[in-house]
Design a protein around this ligand. Sequence first.
Ligand code: URC
Length: 301
Amino acid sequence: MATVLGPAGHGKAETRVVRVTRDGATHHLKDLNVSIALAGDLEQTYLTGDNTGVLPTDTMKNTVYAFAKEHGIPSAEAFALRLARHFVTSQPSVRRASVRVEEYAWERITADSRSAARGGAGHSFVRQGRQVRVCRVTDDGQRYQVLSGLSGLTVLNSTDSEFRGYPRDRYTTLAEASDRVLATEVNALWRYGWTGEGDGPEPAWDAVHARATQDLLEAFAETYSHSLQQTLYRMGAQVIENNPSVDEVRLSLPNKHHFLVDLEPFGLKNDNEVYFAADRPYGLIEGTVLREGAEAGIPEE
Ligand SMILES: O=c1[nH]c(=O)c2[nH]c(=O)[nH]c2[nH]1
């Protein structure tokens, strides 16, 4: 039976690079997990075993380390852009490079009197929660697509959330809630309008990331929620309203259900105080919010 090769590519996944930049006794840390995927005129390696166009994935890993040394890591996005453009411009067989970055944030351990006296404050760090900063850059040699975002940011409102008015069928047992706990783990990706030098200066990646993160948190906290769907829309909309460089936001929000525990068997009344935090199954609410006139470009996955 005849066969043909469909879409294919190769890359190095999850190169972990930690870059220390020393400014006297004060050190700065960047901690990334970098995944690279290349595609292009590479059919022959699959069909005939001809490796002429195949940049080894080992070389991709080395390039990550060498670029961290030579160029530093100004931001996840700037690092990803430089890597992506390097592969499409230096390898004739490569038509498209995709670079995904996860960044783990480290906070400085601030000087209490003891460590300050020992002078250790400049080089001691504590990892921040489970929150991960993410970015995905694709480069087809002409234009970039830059997606930034975060995952694992867990938030909870202990009031100002209800869920009522939904249809009931013979399988519905859920009680309407007029005051419930609303909790989710925010997984967000946003797309920049900037696609390359022709669009003017690069967005200020770090500043926009900080602003957008704050917008997600504020909108979550300040929205009186009738559903997680409504909260999702407000979160995405606030990022777009406050960040002119962002055209699209995609959110994936697991509903981390908190069910009231029945305390009646113990002769106790549960006044919305004691909850069972279920880890599964969970509702999964996902959606994209667009600047008016923009086209959706973030993959749904
Ligand atoms: O905010 C919610 N949206 C839903 O679609 C849903 N479905 C459900 O059982 N609980 C909830 N909560």
